[in-house]
Design a protein around this ligand. Structure first.
Ligand code: PCA
Length: 326
């Protein structure tokens, strides 16, 4: 995939690129996840492809791990032009607009195939919502499916009572509340510390974030609930984007398309590998018990209805068209 991305950048350059760097622009790109995370790796390849495609006139500089702006600051920073481009975990903004949370409705889309279909059904509404926020959607890629992490064996919702649960958006806080746990909002970059200090002792996320956080040093059980595949999105500040030449805009979009395809493939390839790493590091990795699975599906039904109510007719139409495409 890396090769494909480079090849395309070179092809685009030969086909239509200009080699002038007279008006070279440096674009800082804040990203929230660590260097080794696959979203960051493909963000870097995206930046490289844009540089090659534009003949160096647009130079994207990646700042990983929340080093320039923390995860929860990135969307705002790009909206107000403090950064011209950035990557953010989209459903963390569902409190601003329910459409951003469509990928975090429990059990609506639980495979890569369905995640792609849900994205196809919702992309234009998400792009419109971003546009209203002064942002231009460049690309998006899913995390692996979300599973539950605990410090003890959990066989039912009753076993979760009172546990401190790290949430990353309003949907995960709602899930915690339905299960009788106490939610606390924490960015991925602060997760290791939160687990180490006991601020939280459970969470829901992909194997990817558990792996990045060396979760086996703190927790013991992973339940592979495959509840949803939430997305990161890369977006640009609208005025900064409008200032680019048409060729530079085309380069952003074509490099974005490739980065999305490559990062999605990598996400799928790594999904099982992360869980193997948990086992090799002594964790218990299991599917949820039948009871837990059916209780979680009930929460999913409640949360689907709540989301549909919040998102109104436009939201229902998207969910209907997604379901029809399955
Ligand atoms: N990792 C990120 C978001 C979803 C995921 O898999 C996190 O836990 O913050």
């Amino acid at each position: 995939m890396k090769k494909v991305l480079k090849q395309l950048a070179i092809t685009t350059l030969i086909a239509g690129g200009t080699l002038t760097t007279a008006h070279a622009k440096d674009w800082d790109m804040p990203m929230a996840y660590p260097d080794s995370n696959f979203h960051t790796e493909y963000g870097k390849l995206f930046a490289e492809a844009v540089g090659t495609c534009t003949g160096g006139s647009l130079n994207i500089v990646i700042h990983s791990g929340g080093s320039l702006f923390k995860g929860n600051e990135i969307k705002r920073a790009v909206q107000v032009g403090q950064a011209p481009i950035g990557e953010r975990f989209l459903s963390a903004h569902q409190n601003e607009n329910p459409i951003y949370g469509i990928d975090s409705i429990p059990f609506l889309a639980t495979s890569y195939k369905d995640s792609e279909k849900l994205w196809d059904a919702s992309k234009s509404a998400i792009s419109d919502a971003l546009d209203k926020d002064g942002l231009v959607l460049i690309y998006s890629a899913p995390w692996p499916a979300q599973g539950l992490y605990f410090k003890q064996e959990i066989n039912s919702v009753a076993d979760m009572e009172g546990i401190k649960f790290r949430a990353y958006n309003t949907a995960t806080a709602r899930l915690a509340e339905l299960a009788g746990m106490s939610p606390v909002q924490i960015e991925a970059a602060d997760l290791t510390q939160a687990l180490a200090t006991g601020v939280a002792s459970s969470f829901i996320s992909s194997g990817s974030t558990g792996y990045d956080s060396k979760v086996w040093e703190q927790l013991t059980h992973f339940y592979d609930t495959q509840a949803w595949l939430p997305r990161n999105a890369v977006f640009a500040n609208k005025p900064a984007y409008d200032d680019l030449s048409e060729q530079e805009q085309n380069c952003l979009q074509s490099a974005g398309q490739l980065a999305s395809a490559a990062a999605t493939a990598r996400s799928e390839q790594l999904a099982g590998w992360y869980l193997q790493q948990f086992q090799e590091n002594g964790m218990t990795v299991l599917p949820p018990s039948d009871q837990l699975a059916s209780e979680l599906v009930e929460f999913g039904d409640i949360m689907t209805n709540e989301w549909l109510e919040a998102a109104g007719d436009a939201g229902s139409a998207i969910v209907d068209s997604y379901r029809a495409s399955k």
